[in-house]
Design a protein around this ligand. Structure first.
Ligand code: FES
Length: 362
């Protein structure tokens, strides 16, 4: 049998060579311009797309928005979309976690859902002003708070502060739909009411109530991956607790929506001037000391690309030519080369005096 198999293998190689030669001889002389890899890249990262609101409903303090569109790309649980909208008299963006299952992005009735909490001026504005039928531009899918089977354990433990619980919904739905293969244990803080109404039941999803983050110590193992989401203060304290108790760094995943801003900056009402260079154009704008450079640019209708708005993704990278700035130290994610060559992330940088910056021409 083994010899027969070997002969068959040798003769098949000869057949393959002949087939290739025939294909080569019969091939068209026209160049093949179809770019397969480019097509896949464009399908996964279509850039800014137009979405329309097909449903709005309330769940506890959240407004759940269902968005439909033709070109919704596939995404991973834990990712977010960046929503573009007009606020006051300028265009801005905000990131919102995707809470639906990625499977719905592939079906005929393509849709994604986001949850907006009724806090903060811009989110409040969105909750009150959006209506079914409205069209909005958005960028999907962004962020890397995702499950990677090569790195993460099959036992995922999720800990979230109330406002950031929404990412767990997408994880839970992805497990039910078979998009990701892991077991999910939710360490539910006592006051987090959202988990009960927000998370579907499934035998691979387990909810354990804890009184405080200190109780996480009862659920420690390097066989688990810990996904922590919330404010910077919350996320860092849970991560520190895990590290101090022997959990390896690769098992700790963090996602936070804010940074700790010093009181001096928060209370500084100074107004500075920023000279903005764009190509050969130079514009002088006013900027508040307690607002980021990105906000100052938006308020002056100068557009730059923004996504996470928390100094993580680098989309809003600009060159600082001159002047002093404040960057929250708890969340410094700039690449080494950016730091070395004087680039800052505009969404996460505050002026401490007059500045000169250079932005790209969009
Ligand atoms: S928008 Fe992500 S770093 Fe500024």
């Amino acid at each position: 049998m083994a010899i027969k198999g070997l002969i068959r293998d040798v003769t098949s190689v000869t057949r393959v060579i002949k087939r290739r030669e025939r294909a080569h001889d019969n091939a068209s002389t026209e160049p093949n311009t179809f770019d397969n890899i480019g097509e896949v890249a464009r399908a996964l990262h279509p850039g800014k797309i137009s979405l329309s609101i097909s449903d709005i409903r309330k769940e506890l303090d959240y407004t759940i928005i269902k968005l439909t569109g033709d070109k919704i790309p596939y995404f991973k649980p834990g990712q977010y979309l960046s929503l573009e909208f007009k606020y006051e008299n300028y265009l801005t963006t905000r990131p919102y976690t995707l809470i639906s299952s990625p499977k719905h992005a592939l079906r005929n009735d393509k849709y994604v859902e986001i949850a907006i909490k009724n806090v903060g001026n811009t989110s409040k504005y969105l909750c009150e002003s959006l209506e079914v039928g409205d069209s909005l531009n958005a960028e999907i899918a962004l962020g890397n708070f995702t499950y990677e089977p090569l790195r993460d354990s099959k036992n995922v433990y999720a800990v979230a502060e109330d406002i950031n619980t929404s990412f767990i919904r997408s994880y839970a739905l992805s497990i039910i739909d078979g998009v990701i293969d892991c077991n999910l244990t939710i360490l539910k803080l006592k006051n987090n009411k959202l988990i009960d109404s927000f998370i579907p039941e499934c035998e691979r999803i387990n909810v354990i109530e804890i009184d405080s983050i200190n109780d996480i110590k009862n659920h420690l193992s390097n066989d688990n991956s810990y996904f922590i989401s919330g404010s910077s203060k919350f996320t860092h304290s849970v991560a520190n607790l895990l590290s101090e108790n022997g959990i390896q760094n690769r098992r700790i995943r963090k996602d936070y929506y804010d940074s700790i801003i010093s009181d001096d900056v928060k209370n500084d009402n100074s107004i500075y001037e920023i000279e903005v260079l764009r190509g050969i154009e130079s514009t002088i704008i006013k900027a508040n000391a307690n607002e980021t450079i990105a906000v100052a640019l938006e308020k002056n209708n100068i557009r730059i690309h923004t996504a996470c708005r928390n100094g993580i993704c680098g989309a809003c990278r600009i060159k600082l030519i001159d002047g002093e700035v404040y960057i929250p130290s708890d969340n410094e994610n700039r690449r080494k080369m950016d730091i070395e060559y004087g680039y800052v992330y505009a969404c996460h940088t505050y002026p401490k005096g007059n500045l000169k910056i250079k932005i790209s021409i969009n």
